[in-house]
Design a protein around this ligand. Structure first.
Ligand code: NAD
Length: 383
């Protein structure tokens, strides 16, 4: 098979979908790999390194025209480069496109894929089952996001993180609070603790309490009915405005003593709940910092402006866009490994393409095939 890896053209996207080590293993399995010139330059993988690994380094059009299987980072409504439609029109009939495609809302790109008779696999929809753990791109990327969020917060805070004994007396440690203890939240807690902050956290899924304690942080108990808060795959459910109103009231007390707040409270496919209002921000200590990792999907903080850092009431509110692109080297290595593990699932043990549409992972992720958009929620007419 011919594998194609284009250069990511979305503004600010520094990752690449495949690294030289993955090229080597695809070539060993008898495939041909074509990498667009400069595809890995922003993540430190040179054309020469891809060529050494066995790839042909070619022009963009060639990648789209010849690939049977295309690996991308951004392959849907999350690619804002205007030329993306033209690239899709070049695809071979039946070509596979595998990547993050923002499969939550309709977008014209899905119609273009259907017209091109491409098969599109949205990696966001990988089910959270043990067999798919090594393919879970959301998880690997969230890990990096949580880590970077803690560093950004610490770097912005006009205070130190740990308790320090100095000749002039003792400096009190910073107090950090993490809202939403999924993959990003756990990594943020671990990193804040390593940096020396006194850290606490809250999640609507009570199951995470032990994980918070195991990292040396405090789980904040709130009088909220969370018995039915967990949906399928370990994700949180949308809980309704009444619930969120009560939650905001209880959170106010926590926030007014927090120097750092990292918010990660997300509900897949939905707008993130607003859990931090302007009034709550106004009660926070001077100089405190909020890093909102959910801003792309609406934001947990009402003041967050996606991709921007603003100041309000003496508080810095950071809503980073594509935070993982600030560590493109690691992010690309992890992404490449996840995607390689995913693609193995499309081949049989003899190395032949053998896509089993009944397979849970394939059925969940295949959003376009045979000229049709398979998920109702992605069709323009349904949106
Ligand atoms: P996510 O990014 O969708 O959400 C982040 C966190 O926000 C979740 O823990 C969620 O419960 C929490 N949240 C939502 N609404 C909230 C609210 N109102 N207040 C407070 N917190 C709120 O989730 P994620 O990080 O992708 O993972 C969620 C779970 O899935 C975790 O338990 C994780 O360990 C598990 N997981 C399982 C697998 C697997 O089995 N293959 C892989 C990755 C993650």
């Amino acid at each position: 098979m011919y594998f194609g890896i284009p250069k990511e053209n979305h503004p600010g996207e520094n990752r690449v979908a495949t690294v030289p080590a993955t090229v080597t293993s695809l070539c060993k399995a008898g495939h041909v790999v074509m990498v667009e010139q400069g595809a890995g330059e922003k993540s430190g993988f040179s054309d020469a390194a891809y060529a050494m690994a066995g790839a042909s380094v070619v022009e963009r059009q060639e990648v789209f025209r010849q690939a049977d299987i295309l690996f991308v980072v951004r392959g849907g409504g999350n690619n804002h480069d205007e030329s993306y439609e033209k690239d899709v029109a070049l695809l071979k009939k039946g070509a596979f496109v595998i990547g993050l495609t923002e499969p939550y809302a309709p977008h014209p790109i899905y119609e273009s894929y259907a017209r091109a008779h491409a098969r599109v696999y949205a990696l966001e929809l990988i089910p959270r089952i043990s067999r798919a753990q090594s393919m879970d791109v959301l998880s690997s990327m969230s890990n990096l996001s949580g880590y970077k969020a803690a560093l950004i917060a610490s770097d912005t805070l006009p205070k130190l993180m740990p308790m320090l004994m100095t000749s002039a007396g003792t400096i009190a440690p910073a107090h950090a609070f993490v809202l939403g203890v999924g993959v990003a939240g756990l990594q943020a807690i671990a990193t804040l603790r390593r940096l020396g902050a006194v850290t606490s956290a809250y999640d609507v899924r009570p199951a995470v309490k032990d994980q918070v304690h195991s990292l040396g942080a405090r789980f904040i108990e709130m009088k909220l009915d969370t018995d039915d808060s967990e949906g399928s795959g370990g994700y949180a459910k949308e809980l309704g405005e009444d619930f969120y109103r009560k939650q905001r009231e209880l959170l106010s007390d926590v926030l007014k003593d927090s120097d750092i707040v990292i918010t990660t409270a997300a509900v897949p496919g939905r707008k993130s709940p607003v859990l931090v209002t302007e009034e709550m921000v106004s009660l926070m200590p001077w100089g405190s910092v909020i890093v909102d990792l959910t801003a792309e999907h609406g934001g947990n903080c009402e003041l967050s402006q996606f991709g921007k850092t603003i100041m309000a009431h003496g508080v810095t509110i950071i809503a980073p866009a594509n935070i993982v692109s600030t560590v493109p080297r690691n992010a690309s290595l992890l992404y490449a490994r996840n995607i390689e593990n995913f693609v193995k699932n499309l081949f049989d043990s003899a190395g032949n393409l053998a896509v089993d549409r009944g397979d849970e992972i394939i059925d969940a992720t295949l959003v376009v095939a045979d000229g049709i958009i398979r998920k109702d929620t992605l069709r323009i007419s349904s949106g």
